[in-house]
Design a protein around this ligand. Structure first.
Ligand SMILES: Nc1ncnc2c1ncn2[C@@H]1O[C@H](COP(=O)(O)OP(=O)(O)OP(=O)(O)O)[C@@H](O)[C@H]1O
Ligand SMILES: [Mg+2]
Length: 341
């Protein structure tokens, strides 16, 4: 007998899958729509800065909005650019130009930023355009923000960091005003709704019991990407073991895999002082704050304030990179053993 399996549509569990409905986020969606609305009347839109932690739906919501608008009105066009991949002015402009490039490859003949800008404005003449700059903090510099806002294009910037735009040049700040929209981590009910909708699409009916969707929602930490990854890993594990239904063992396995990946990503993304501190703790095995402080001075060649150190230690603990024992003066710090291989 051929088994039906569990996963009906694997692509629904993909990182880049765009859901046909954004669950929740009504307030954010409404604010975004209102800010773009003036474009429909030939007026300039209100620029935006969306920020919040990873997996809170920032990218999805803007891709969703771009798609909905293109269905509604072909005079308005949103162009999505991921600045992590396009991190120079030229690359961003090329990406935008290519979005208008009907005769494939024409944009590629343009050599300079000025040429590209002109090409875009000629193509966009009868269209109102807005540009979504995702991961905007990855741009090498802020020139492209200046150029685009000077041309009067609507701009939506996205970042994990609410301070990403703090260091903008004054010249840019004066021409680029924007409204901030914060994306908070999903709470349990929101996460459950997102995961249930996704599961309904991805799995055969009854093959992923709701109790386990709840477990995934509880363990996602407000990050929908994590929640979906738990569903996916559990289902794949169950299929590998020829089960018709996901069970407890599959979910426990998925939790371990996803938590491990997340922890490693967190540890690898550490930079600067935080990284030095984490390395010191790893090297010492276990240490209290004053020992860490003196080692820090040795390694970094500068003193670290007790308050600063405490702040970084808290951050590392929140990220799950380190753990603590004892309280107050007797508190010691050590690396999360799940990260030691
Ligand atoms: N409100 C939502 N409704 C349905 N699916 C969602 C929702 N929010 C997030 N998701 C799903 O969760 C995953 C992560 O979302 P998304 O990539 O939009 O997060 P993000 O905020 O851009 O994260 P990052 O800061 O890491 O880029 C995607 O697969 C997306 O489909
Ligand atoms: Mg994103």
């Amino acid at each position: 007998m051929i088994m039906r399996g569990i996963i009906k549509k694997l692509e629904v569990l993909d990182e880049n899958y765009l859901p046909e409905k954004i669950i929740g986020r009504k307030k954010e969606l409404k604010a975004i729509a209102l800010n773009i609305k003036p474009l429909f009347y030939g007026q300039p839109m209100i620029n935006m800065f969306l920020h919040g932690p990873t997996g809170t739906g920032k990218t999805s919501i803007m891709r969703f909005v771009i798609e909905k608008i293109s269905e509604e009105d072909d005079k308005i066009k949103g162009v999505y650019v991921n600045c992590w991949m396009m991190d120079t002015t030229y690359a961003v402009l090329m990406k935008i130009a290519e979005a208008f490039d009907t005769a494939m490859g024409l944009a590629k003949l343009k050599r300079s930023n000025a040429e590209l800008l002109e090409y875009i404005s000629s193509k966009a003449k009868r269209k109102k355009i807005f540009i979504v700059l995702d991961e905007v903090d990855k741009l090498k510099n802020d020139e492209v923000l200046y150029l685009l806002s000077r041309e009067g294009y609507g701009i939506v910037m996205i970042s994990n960091y609410n301070i990403a735009l703090d260091k903008l040049d004054n010249r840019i700040r004066s021409s680029l005003s924007y409204e901030e929209i914060e994306f908070k981590p999903y709470d349990y009910d929101e996460m459950l709704a997102i995961l249930k909708a996704r599961a309904e699409h991805a799995f055969y009916e009854g093959s992923f019991p709701e109790v386990y969707i709840k477990v995934a929602a509880k363990n996602a930490g407000g990050d929908a990407r994590v929640g979906i990854a738990i569903l996916k890993n559990a289902a794949l594990h169950a299929e590998r073991n020829n089960k018709e239904k996901v069970d407890r063992e599959d979910v426990l396995y998925a939790l371990k895999v996803v938590k491990g990946v997340k922890l490693k990503e967190q540890a690898e993304s550490l930079k600067g002082k935080v990284k030095i501190i984490a390395d010191i703790i790893k090297e010492l095995g276990e240490a209290d704050a004053s020992l860490i402080a003196s080692k820090y001075e040795e390694h970094a060649g500068e003193k670290i304030h007790e308050r600063t150190l405490r702040y970084y230690l808290q951050e590392l603990e929140k990220k799950g990179v380190i753990k603590t024992k004892g309280i107050k003066r007797w508190k010691t710090y050590f690396i999360n053993e799940e990260l030691l291989d």
